[in-house]
Design a protein around this ligand. Structure first.
Ligand code: HEM
Length: 147
């Protein structure tokens, strides 16, 4: 319950500005693993990572990612209701060439974004609460990969 409060409280302000926060997250992601950029079929069309991150297609994906996080936050009490959706989302990412190992670096980028935007409010319990939520989402998405 404490976890849920921490997550809801921190997402309240963040969720109002999804795209800029998502851009911070994905800038970090491509900094940590530049190869992920090439999984977006439109990436050859842009010169630099920064150009890519400001292209409409990227901003659209960033928006989609933030909406999935938003859905997870609003379904904290019944996360299992998102299971089918997340399994399908995993399948689509497998087809896109994403590997489940990349989720670790996505998680790091999510925490980085939270730390940047929350400042002092980014505490150890808050970090752990988000890690717990993220691991539920990752576990559900990972079921979409053929083994
Ligand atoms: C779609 C790549 C992480 C949510 C896609 C597509 C690609 C992609 C190539 C299809 C083209 C497009 O819609 O732009 C990646 C990569 C990721 C990543 C490389 C990181 C390694 C995530 C995460 C989420 C997410 C963490 C949410 C938790 C979505 C959604 C779609 C999508 C909702 C649209 C699926 C549909 O068409 O129904 N992603 N993605 N992605 N991604 Fe990701």
């Amino acid at each position: 319950e404490k976890d849920k409060e921490l997550i809801r409280g921190s997402w309240e302000s963040l969720g109002k500005n999804k795209v800029p926060h998502g851009v911070v997250m994905f800038s970090r992601l491509f900094e940590l693993d530049p190869a992920l950029l090439s999984l977006f079929h439109y990436s050859p069309n842009c010169g630099s990572t920064q150009d890519c991150l400001s292209s409409p297609e990227f901003l659209e994906h960033v928006t989609k990612v933030m909406l999935v996080i938003d859905a997870a936050v609003s379904h904290l009490d019944d996360l299992h209701s998102l299971e089918d959706f997340l399994l399908n989302l995993g399948r689509k990412h497998e087809s896109a060439g994403v590997s489940t190992q990349s989720f670790a670096v996505v998680g790091e980028s999510l925490l980085y974004m939270l730390q940047c935007s929350l400042g002092q409010a980014y505490t150890a319990p808050l970090r752990q609460a988000w890690l717990n939520l993220y691991s539920v989402v990752v576990a559900a998405m990972s079921r979409g990969w053929a083994k």
